[in-house]
Design a protein around this ligand. Structure first.
Ligand SMILES: [Mg+2]
Length: 279
């Protein structure tokens, strides 16, 4: 498998690593070139951040964008907030923070391992960068009186180092248990709904940002095929939330997006081959 790189989500605390075999160009996986080095990805990210801040600015009678208890993806109801203070909730990895050092190491080709990711959480404090647009957006949100809260599957055992990493990237403050929630804070492992409920009990969550669908609801990860999951995202009730409470950042490098066999990615109706032996 020379030239292939196995990478995985840092969100895989309680789940099997997601293995992918990206196309490499000049020895670098194409997804890494896109996410960590392209102007295009920077523009997509800034587009999301600009939309995020613009949306929050218009929320004078805010609604909580955390799914209500008992809601489903078919009936994804939100709730009113009452007088709770406003917060915005973000995933960390590849949402506000780019893990350049870890992915540099991963790009050399060894399979993903949890011990190496844990080592990265403890020691990769400086080899990171903010996602383009994130720092300015978080500053604007805080200036509007919106508390910025991070809900990440980094480990609670490494809370101090994760606080330091977020702050080193200029994205802080982050305080464990107050504005930083981690895997291990409750008994639900890498599932984030419990932590979202804890945050929503204290705050009116006016908007959320993430690079994985699980950053919005664990219901997206309930074993659907890629096609069914993609259809769910486009259903009218869920489609209405993208860019209007739920904001997605790009990640073609690792995670729950990178699934599907060739036959699933390209359904029969779209398969084409050159005519007349053209090559
Ligand atoms: Mg992430």
């Amino acid at each position: 498998m020379q030239g292939c790189v196995s990478v995985s989500a840092p969100t895989s605390v309680a789940t099997a690593p997601v293995i992918s075999a990206p196309v490499t160009v000049n020895g670098v996986p194409a997804g890494m070139q896109y996410l960590y080095a392209s102007g295009e990805a920077a523009a997509v990210s800034i587009q999301a951040w600009n939309a995020f801040v613009g949306y929050v600015r218009t929320q004078h009678m805010p609604t909580s964008v955390v799914l209500a208890q008992g809601a489903s993806l078919a009936a994804p109801t939100w709730t009113t907030c009452g007088i709770k203070p406003k917060a915005a909730v973000f995933d960390v990895d590849e949402t506000v923070l780019l893990n350049l050092g870890f992915e540099y190491d991963a790009s050399s080709g060894q399979p993903w391992s949890d011990p190496r990711w844990q080592d990265w959480e403890r020691t990769g404090v400086k080899q990171v960068a903010p996602v383009p647009g994130a720092r300015a957006a978080l500053t604007q949100l805080r200036a509007m009186g919106v508390t910025v809260i991070f809900n990440t599957n980094r480990s609670a055992a490494n809370a101090a180092q994760t606080e330091a990493t977020i702050e080193a990237a200029g994205l802080g403050p982050a305080r464990h248990g107050e504005t930083l929630f981690l895997a291990g804070d409750d008994a639900m492992g890498s599932k984030k709904d419990g932590r979202r409920a804890t945050i929503a009990a204290r705050y009116c969550v006016v908007a959320m940002g993430g690079d994985q669908l699980g950053d919005f609801s664990d219901l997206f990860n309930a074993g659907q095929t890629p096609a069914a999951r993609r259809a769910t995202v486009q259903s009218p009730a869920i489609a209405a939330k993208w860019g209007a409470g739920w904001f997605v950042l790009p990640n073609p490098v690792y995670g729950t997006a990178l699934k599907g066999k060739r036959d699933e990615v390209f359904p029969p109706a779209v398969r084409w081959a050159p005519t007349g032996g053209v090559r």
